[in-house]
Write a protein that binds this ligand. Structure first.
Ligand code: PHE
Ligand code: ZN
Length: 878
């Protein structure tokens, strides 16, 4: 549809660009239907590149070319050639100025790539290859240029005109239009270009950098959203300070701007000095946004800000290096959030996400290394592997180096590569150079796909007072990589005595014991043994503390040992993980045998956790959360969709019945009617009480239901409101319908709040959910053209409602394929992302496999698929 035959691009084919661009001077005459773009590019031959045929090929798509000139000499058509994807000039000098004039149509741009219209404003999205939809260019990240941008537009419709860099001029033209000029002194790749035109309001603040420079901070939104920006501004200032303190990185322009737009394919975009955000990651007020929303905003604001150094000042040589900026920046935002809130809970949330999505991706036909080797459409590689597994790779290097050496290594990275477009290899070299560590084997993590499995066995020998750990690692085959080599990884562990105290550890052959606590072992071999000496009694090992490596750990714990770890492990993550393993085991047993009895000891462990009033309520809420249905499915040879749902409901119900009084007591103890606070303690209290309420409603408890209705009615914060609404919809019968209708009336006019209303309905396990989702698609608040709406209704149904999406009659699959085909001509990126819900088809039973496969084939048989969708659908069948 948009592009010709899909050809893959390979990492091994990388060549430096034949030409470089030193400066870019852009002039936009903005109009929603017809925008004119004039570009002046100062080009020269790249001294280090091999000479081609003497011509110049520029990328360009969906551009209407009006004029082209070299050194001000207009070119006749015989001297150049235009295709749907390029402009080639047959002969060019070694150094010259190229001028092009094109027109584009923002209002027709439903793909939301390039310059497009969102509501009444105009905005851009250029990563990865959107700039070529704005003007002809060498649209690749290793071409870095200094940009000047002049924007001309109707002053009433578009009073605010923004671009990258510092403001340089502003005046009214004779025809009444307004002109604004921006100059960005830092060389940047085209994917970091941005402009905004609209009738926007801003909140403003100031930040003084460590070296005393004053920076103006502005967040632009539509005027009615001005009262929802404070949290984003606070987060920004905290992120700016944190990056100075932790990495020695200061901001570098006179102004930093954030703009919230309502139509956006992704979370947000780090354009130099002008971050453009999905409004979901900016707008929050305690009555409209949940605690999770607030935390998401804090994390994404920080993430985009951190890109100023990890991404912008130092960028990627090519898109195979995407994790260079994304993995490192995710690691940085994870650590920032850990410092702002509760570190243990943050780690749990990150691991939960990694296990639920990245492990599943690694086990699917879409599996790929953190540094992929080839792609058809780069937009398909903004994945949890590149982002979250990439962050784990940086985290492991930080663990192997230790904090001081890691800081020295990042200092070296920033100093050595500032202003360059580099590779993950360059990053690892800095880690080595500054630390003396040999990361030769560690590099395999970047090129080898798949999730390693660690099988650990422990043997205690009383006679010699030794404890021997035998560790074996292997990585299952992934598409195109049948053989896997052993990886270098840090295994953090402790050995606990019968009271739960950490032992001082001495390995056989070592002169002295390390102080009691966590110890990091380095694994390199397929099989390795570690013998600890002077161990007076059989210990319980606490393994993979803090999730020190992105692996699946197997250790044959007894249930009693897991309960011991759940109660005593000093590492919050490991306490949670022990509880997860215990519940997972029990649930899988219930899947196999619905009549299996839930052991008394399980209720006792749960009760003990509930009674603990000294611990962190947020951590406790996590400990008491059952593993997700999709994660349980991931643990089975063949996913038993209905069995898992049944088992999980049964366990929830049993907990609600057996621990009723305790749950009510926990609810009462944490029901805080006071003013809304966003402290980790208050967030934890809300999470815990809503968890307790969930078990009570699952058990059909009348008092629980009464509390839930009261909570829904009285709630002044969205966390409590939406938790209650969800429970009422799933368990409250009529009360659920009534609550839905009141919620809709209350929040009509707040699209982001209505997204929650869509999602609550789309994820309900009620049998009529698909029919309801189909009805909601006709709701005037829904639109296929807005990615947030699509994700909150269709995406939520397909990705977060396994029991209904995988309905045995195939209705969920058919619904998905229909929607994907409907979306593809409008927005290929969103269509391709949605399509991923089908790529795990081989994990299911034969009947479901056949149904899923048939839908994938139906999609593939459709004519004129986008490159994005074609790649996902065809890989799914590989
Ligand atoms: N680079 C953005 C981020 O991670 C994500 C993004 C990619 C946004 C592509 C838009 C398009 O911060
Ligand atoms: Zn990013």
């Amino acid at each position: 549809m948009y592009r010709n035959n899909p050809h893959p691009v390979h990492l091994k084919d990388y060549r430096p660009p034949e030409f470089l661009i030193d400066t870019v001077d852009l002039r936009f005459e903005l109009d929603a239907d017809r925008t004119r773009v004039e570009a002046h590019l100062a080009l020269r031959r790249n001294p280090v590149a091999t000479r081609g045929d003497g011509g110049l090929r520029l990328d360009g798509e969906q551009l209407e070319l009006e004029a082209v000139a070299i050194d001000d000499r207009p070119l006749p058509p015989a001297e150049y050639r235009v295709t749907p994807e390029s402009l080639t000039i047959h002969r060019v000098p070694d150094r010259f100025t190229l001028t092009t004039r094109v027109t584009i149509s923002p209002s027709q741009n439903t793909a939301l790539e390039g310059l497009y219209q969102s509501g009444d404003m105009l905005c851009t999205q250029c990563e990865a290859e959107g700039f070529r939809r704005i003007t002809y260019f060498l649209d690749r990240p290793d071409v870095m240029a200094r940009f000047t941008t002049t924007l001309i537009a109707d002053a009433e419709r578009y009073p605010v005109l923004l671009a990258n860099g510092n403001p340089a001029a502003r005046r009214t033209l004779d025809d009444g239009r307004q002109l604004t000029r921006w100059v960005d002194p830092f060389p940047k790749p085209s994917y970091l270009f941005a402009l905004i035109a609209g009738d926007l309001s801003a909140i403003e603040d100031r930040f003084t950098t460590a070296s005393g420079r004053e920076v103006v901070l502005r967040i632009y939104v539509e005027p009615h959203n001005l009262d929802k920006c404070d949290h984003a501004m606070r987060s920004l200032k905290q992120a700016m300070r944190w990056d100075e303190e932790r990495y020695g990185r200061e901001y570098d322009l006179d102004i930093f701007m954030i703009v919230a737009v309502s139509h956006f394919n992704m979370g947000a975009m780090e354009n130099k000095g002008l971050n453009v955000f999905n409004d979901k990651y900016v707008l929050a007020r305690s009555d409209t946004a949940t605690d999770q929303d607030f935390q998401g905003i804090e994390g994404v604001i920080a993430h985009e800000y951190f890109h100023n150094w990890t991404g912008n000042r130092i960028t990627c040589r090519d898109w195979f290096q995407l994790s260079l900026k994304e993995g490192f920046t995710v690691y940085r935002d994870q650590e920032f959030s850990a410092d702002m809130g509760s570190r243990g809970v943050k780690r749990i949330a990150d691991v939960r996400l990694l296990r639920a999505h990245q492990f599943a991706e690694d086990a699917s036909p879409m599996a790929h290394p953190v540094r992929p080797e080839s792609y058809i459409e780069i937009n398909n590689f903004y994945t949890t592997t590149v982002y979250e597994k990439g962050a784990e790779l940086v985290r492991m290097q930080a663990t192997l180096l230790g904090p001081e050496r890691f800081r020295r290594a990042t200092d070296l990275y920033f100093e050595r590569h500032d202003g360059q477009a580099v590779t993950t290899e360059d990053f690892v070299r800095c880690m080595e150079a500054a630390s003396g560590c040999d990361l030769g084997q560690f590099r395999r993590w970047y090129s080898q796909a798949g999730t390693p499995v660690l099988e650990v066995e422990g043997d205690y020998d009383a006679a010699s007072a030794t404890y021997r750990l035998r560790v074996r690692q292997h990585t299952p085959a992934t598409p195109g990589q049948p053989e896997k080599a052993p990886l270098h990884l840090p295994l953090a562990l402790a050995l606990l005595d019968a009271e739960g105290r950490e032992l001082a550890l001495r390995l056989d052959g070592e002169a002295a014991a390390a102080p009691a606590g966590t110890r990091v072992l380095e694994l390199r071999e397929a099989e390795q043994c570690f013998t600890f000496v002077d161990i007076a009694e059989p210990p319980v090992p606490s393994l993979l503390r803090g999730f020190s490596a992105p692996v699946r750990l197997r250790f044959d714990y007894s249930d009693a040992e897991l309960m011991f770890l759940m109660a005593h492990d000093g590492d919050g993550f490991s306490r949670w993980d022990a509880a997860q393993t215990l519940m997972q085991r029990l649930l899988l047993r219930l899947v196999e045998d619905p009549a299996a009895v839930i052991p008394e000891s399980f209720f006792a462990a749960f009760a003990q956790a509930l009674d603990d009033r000294t611990g962190d309520p947020a951590l406790l809420a996590e400990v008491l959360t059952l593993p997700a249905e999709s994660y349980l499915g991931d643990q089975m040879a063949v996913v038993d969709v209905d069995g898992i749902h049944r088992a999980r409901c049964a366990l929830e119900q049993a907990i609600g019945v057996r621990l009723r009084d305790r749950l009510l007591a926990v609810y009462a103890a944490h029901d805080d009617a006071g003013a809304y606070r966003l402290t980790p303690e208050a967030i934890g209290a809300r999470a815990l009480k809503n968890r307790a309420l969930g078990y009570l409603l699952a058990a059909g408890d009348a008092e629980g239901l009464a509390r839930c209705i009261a909570q829904f009615e009285a709630a002044r914060n969205m966390t409590d409101c939406i938790s209650a609404l969800r429970l009422l919809v799933d368990h409250g019968g009529e009360a659920g319908l009534e609550a839905l209708s009141r919620f809709h009336t209350r929040w009509s006019g707040e699209p982001l709040v209505l997204d929650k209303w869509f999602s609550v309905q789309a994820t309900s396990p009620r049998p009529d959910t698909l029919a309801r989702v189909e009805r909601l698609m006709r709701n005037p608040d829904f639109s296929l053209r807005n990615p947030n709406r699509v994700r909150s209704l269709i995406g939520a149904f397909c990705n977060a409602n396994p029991v209904r999406f995988h309905a045995a009659d195939g209705s969920g699959y058919r619904f998905l394929a229909d929607r994907v085909l409907e979306l593809d001509p409008l927005n290929p990126q969103v269509a391709a992302r949605l399509m991923r819900a089908l790529v795990h088809w081989r994990r299911f039973d034969a009947a479901r496999q056949a149904l899923m496969r048939a839908e994938i084939e139906r999609v593939l048989a459709t004519e004129a698929l986008s490159r994005d969708l074609y790649e996902v659908a065809s890989r799914a069948l590989e």
